[in-house]
Write a new protein. Structure first.
Length: 129
């Protein structure tokens, strides 16, 4: 059972890193399309610039996550993914307060990131024992 849960932790962490990278690349390459998928479409220059800055945040998160994954630093990766799950909640709150309906992607992202973080914490505990 431990091997299955450890494997799931790694697989979900890889999904997290590649997902954050893919969302970031799309956001920088086509911010109008990406922002619509995020839940708040932008069309003016200021909105497009802001969305590109937002996407840059995700690139930094993906790079940090990829580094922790490569180094097998499970504890740091667990912290990063756990905090990233809070970003999904804050994104939903911002959209809701702006009068937009948050897409299900945010709730799914929160759930998957939270589960990944829990599994990584478990893996980190067994790796240090």
């Amino acid at each position: 059972m431990t091997k299955i849960l450890n494997g799931a932790a790694i697989a979900l962490a890889v999904l997290f890193v590649f997902g954050a990278a893919a969302i970031s690349i799309l956001g920088i390459a086509d911010p109008v399309k990406a922002s619509a998928g995020f839940g708040m479409p932008v069309s003016n220059a200021a909105g497009i610039l802001f969305y590109r800055v937002f996407a840059s945040r995700n690139i930094a998160i993906a790079l940090a996550g990829g580094s922790f994954l490569f180094l097998r630093d499970w504890r740091s990766l667990a912290i990063l993914v756990g905090l990233a799950s809070l970003l999904a909640l804050s994104d939903m709150a911002v959209l809701f307060l702006a009068g937009a309906r948050p897409p299900a992607l945010h709730a799914v992202g929160f759930g998957v990131n939270a589960l990944t973080s829990i599994l990584l914490w478990r893996k980190a505990q067994y790796a240090s024992a």
